[in-house]
Design a protein around this ligand. Sequence first.
Ligand SMILES: [Zn+2]
Length: 277
Amino acid sequence: MPELPEIRTIAAGLDDALAGHTLSGLEVARPQCLNGTPGEMRDWILARRVVRVKPRGKWILFSLDDIAGDLVAINLGMGAEIRLPGAAEEPPDHYRVRLHTREGSGVFIRFWWLGHVHYVPGDDETHPVRLLGPDALDEGLDVDAFRGLLEGRRGGIKAFLLDQRRIAGIGNFYAHDILARAGVHPLRKIPTLGDDEIAGLHRSIREVLGESLDLGGADYERDIFGRPGRFSRESFIVGYREGTPCGLCGTTVVRIRTGSTPGDICPGCQPLPEDRT
Ligand SMILES: [Zn+2]
């Protein structure tokens, strides 16, 4: 499932390829992924210029000219391929949506499961993309701003990190190691976290996501040219290492339930004192 490093990699490629181009065609093989009929969608977005393509949490946003805030918002759901077709390339099997531009470029989108291509008008304040928290790698999200996000929150820290309305772009794949590197158990309640632990979480978010972004994202996702990322889960210290030694202290990693998601933790690095839950 693509998270912030993969989304940023794909969005940067699309921005290079499509910014300044005018949308001229839309083919839809699976209308359920749209938030209107294919005809409505064509009326809303065709003949409009793509000003920029930007990542936002787990979304990819095409900003459209003429109306400030008007967007095509793409969510890759549980995983997807977004490809810029080569000049002579046939469409991949089972693509769901194809966009063409007047300049002769375009994009194929193939969702594995639960993807969306939405039109979001500039004055729509209720669409999920308007309700996102700051991007986890946002320049302005320094440690004080991160502490501010946690203020007054009473729930568990992992649930907070995965809640896109609080902080955007983190999913379960990177959450294991973000918590482990900070030495924080996923079930810790936010009010029990000390200043050092909050600073450690802020630092590990930057490190874990930043390392993957520098490598073009996870190796099970691909960029718009079909090239896989170079970040391997082998470099995690606890994530997906159940039954093997923690990369920091050697304690055996265990898998626990953390809300609706599994969590890999190191009982040595991430103790859960009874009075801290
Ligand atoms: Zn450990």
